[in-house]
Design a protein around this ligand. Structure first.
Ligand code: ASP
Length: 446
């Protein structure tokens, strides 16, 4: 029987009680010899910050030479409580805790490197706890240390990737291990041994890398919701669960705001043709959403809607663009130089509209672009993405989408369709977003 990967997110390991339910789920999958990937301890009570967020706050104080002891105490207390309630001993994490203290003392390095080492302890602590509970329940288990992980990344701290060709190193020495392996998610290392992290929410990516390296039969992502829905349930309460979606659809949805899966997860799974199953650790008996490598015929042409609010629109206009080669390259170089991702792009011969998600370097970008173009930046925009495999080669879909928006009185600002032809993406004002999504849902999906 093929093996599986089971990845548990922060809310699934947020309390002793939650960890015990997760252990039941792992034990029930016994024959499939699961490879377990865990996130850092997440939020269990309102108003409380996730351990990863707490580590970040502490790292910024420590690196700036400010007092951070209360932050460290709070992180310790949270783990102590869980360990005690599980009837375990602090010894199970004390070697890792000492390493965290040593990392905090090593401040003579760039903040991005310091932060990633501190960040890594969220998962390094939770994975030790999970392995100890499994052992206690009679299932031999072993936590994988960050040195044995074999997740070799580039140097893009806080958002590292495993370059092609290095994927096979993942857990390489551990293929024959009989015990259940518990893998800390989110963490990697540069070839010269500096710790990196894979982007917020990046434990999903770890799960996919482990799954691809072992050629598993399924990658299970256990979260706190039963799969993906065809629209944001905060806006459309009765939005249906998606039973199956294709990798291409999932990629579009994950990149445009569907929060249940980290977008990077899809690549390794897709390359090795491994289905990804999104399940709910709070209701393990319920079916989730299966993402797989085939274009599933579905009665509806439009399958789902995703959206991202608080997006910034940048308009760049220049008559010099007319017939000029290399102009677009020059323009995008400015965004790359300031490490700013561009999401949606629409162009005409003399103007380019694009969207970015963060305003960290926006002023510098605008200033530099103004050397060769007229530039304006508008905030408070929402990107809405309409997705469905059935849109390939079906006439009339965009007609229906935009006439629905017109009838609802929504002003559409920028339209783009990717080469996959399975999405139509456009922008509206934040204040019109909810109206637009509801109108589209009821006209095109429900
Ligand atoms: N702990 C990390 C985060 O909160 C990674 C993860 O949970 O996947 O972003």
């Amino acid at each position: 029987m093929g093996r599986i990967v089971m990845k548990f997110g922060g809310t699934s390991v947020a309390t002793a009680e939650r960890i015990l339910s997760v252990v039941e789920i792992i034990l029930a999958a016994g024959e499939k010899r699961p490879l377990v990937v865990v996130s850092a301890v997440g939020v269990s009570e309102k108003g409380e910050a996730k351990i990863t967020d707490q580590l970040e706050t502490m790292a910024s104080l420590a690196h700036a030479g400010k007092p951070y002891q209360p932050n460290l105490d709070a992180i310790r207390l949270k783990h102590e409580k869980i360990i005690k309630e599980l009837g375990l001993d602090w010894d199970i994490i004390s070697p890792a805790w000492d390493k965290l203290l040593a990392a905090l003392d090593n401040r003579e390095r760039p903040y991005c490197e310091f932060l990633d080492e501190v960040f890594s302890f969220g998962e390094r602590l939770s994975s030790r706890i999970m392995a100890a509970v499994l052992e206690k329940k009679g299932r031999p288990a072993r936590c994988v240390d960050v040195d044995e992980l074999g997740i070799v990344t580039d140097e893009d701290f806080q958002d590292a990737n495993v370059p092609a060709g290095l994927e096979d190193k993942v857990l390489d020495g551990l293929r024959e291990e009989e015990r259940t392996l518990v893998v800390p998610g989110f963490v990697g290392k540069t070839p010269d041994g500096r710790i990196t992290t894979l982007g917020r929410g990046g434990s999903d990516y770890t799960a996919a890398l482990v799954g691809a390296a072992f050629g598993v039969e399924e990658i299970q992502i256990w979260t706190d919701v039963s799969g993906m829905r065809c629209a944001d349930p905060r806006l459309i309460q009765d939005a249906e669960r998606l039973e199956y979606i294709s990798f291409d659809e999932a990629k579009e949805l994950a990149s445009f705001g569907a929060r249940v899966l980290h977008p990077k997860t899809i690549e390794p799974a897709m390359r090795k043709d491994i289905p990804v199953n999104i399940l709910n650790s709070f209701a393990p008996e319920l079916p989730g959403t299966i993402i797989r490598n085939e274009r599933i015929k579905h009665g509806k042409v439009i399958k789902a809607l995703a959206s991202k609010t608080g997006v910034i629109r940048v308009d760049i206009e220049s008559t010099r663009m007319l017939g000029a080669s290399g102009y677009l390259a020059r323009l995008f170089e400015v965004f790359a130089k300031y490490d700013t991702d561009v999401d949606v792009v629409a162009t005409s011969e003399v103007s380019v509209s694009l969207t970015v998600n963060n305003s960290r370097n926006l002023d510098k970008i605008v200033e530099e672009l103004q050397e060769f173009a007229d530039v304006t930046a508008d905030r408070n925009k929402t990107v809405i993405c309409v997705v469905g495999e059935g849109m390939r080669h079906t006439p009339g879909v965009s007609g229906k989408v935009f006439s629905t928006l017109g009838t609802a009185g929504v002003n559409v600002e920028m339209i783009s369709q990717g080469s996959s032809e399975i999405n139509i993406t456009f922008m509206v004002d934040d204040k019109d977003a909810e109206r637009a999504i509801k109108a589209l849902y009821y006209a095109c999906i429900s």
